[in-house]
Design a protein around this ligand. Sequence first.
Ligand code: CS2
Ligand code: MG
Length: 402
Amino acid sequence: MKIVEARVIVTCPGRNFVTLKIVTDDGVTGVGDATLNGRELAVASYLRDHVVPALIGRDPARISDTWEYLYRGAYWRRGPVTMTAIAAVDTALWDIKGKVAGLPVYQLLGGRARDGVTVYGHANAPTVDEVLTEVARYVELGYRAVRVQTGIPGLETTYGVGKDRMFYEPADSAVPSEAVWSTERYLAHVPTVFARIRQEFGPDLKLLHDVHHRLTPIEAARLGKSLEPYALTWMEDPVPAELQEGFRLIRQHTTTPIAVGEVFNSIWDCQTLITEQLIDYIRTTVVHAGGITHLRRIFDLAALHHVRSGSHGATDLSPVCMAAALHLDISIPNFGLQEYMRHTPETDAVFPHGYTFADGYLLPPEEPGLGVDIDEELAAQYPYRPASLPVNRLEDGSMHNW
Ligand code: CS2
Ligand code: MG
């Protein structure tokens, strides 16, 4: 079998997505997500201009070898653009392998290690009163875990809290919009939110909170400590994670579990965090961390160090990534939680998929391969629209306090 074509499809059914579709001489096709929020066209070019020509004629069965060829062969290793492009190829090749074998991908990864994939939804609203309604909505839908974000009194906007409730999208304008941030106001407010939520919903519901890298280690330690009475499942991205050793400081002060890694793209980004047991959940994903092949390597390292998976699953990760994530989630021993931010009906129509939600769990599709595709005709009706993630500044106008 040989690869005869690979198409890079850019579409915007409400938000931008980049998808790679690999075609073999037998007519079997495979899809991979290649979306990098706000930097979509960089990955599209990396694939079209540099990767696709080298794929033509290759044996699609050689997944590991192709991964090494693209990673080592390029000389320039790692980085979000490179690793997203490699992920797309890797994911598409797993899809093809599953179709050729006549098995869903999770069967090729060892079969089910659990009955369903526990997912968490996003409850976000400007005020605490409003967010209670949002949490109740997720509980009503059957969710067992909810991430909670609210506006901060005195701040005009807060990242993670959008205009829409169910379909929140942070990339909002062609040139980044700017928002003002106050650590003092934030640290004072968040514990009051979780006190209310625990009071209303009791001890069973799993609660999560995303700090979006806004604090220093000692500030994060204080936040973690002040949230201990409310027993969060995790505090996410408390600080920027370039300095992995920085997490030692947070760890010395708080028992609030820590989840990190949605912006990581390789095992080297989380090696210290995992091997020193500085975190509890690793949030790397299929699309941004080199595909199923590399992500499984990260999760295996994590398993040795009591770290569980908690993959990123925001709306900028397409249904192709979600399907791939679910095959991995259901098959690994150290799965923790999967983020599940629902896509809009327009996006769901462009990416027909067979995963299902019931009772707080997602189940991967049962058909051979990943069980997801792209409707290219429909995709063509939604041309690319530039959109960037917002920028944050402190009240004095500076950007370098976190
Ligand atoms: C967030 C995302 O889902 C999350 O945990 O951090 O909203 C993230 O900011 C976006 O996916 C960025 O593309
Ligand atoms: Mg996050």
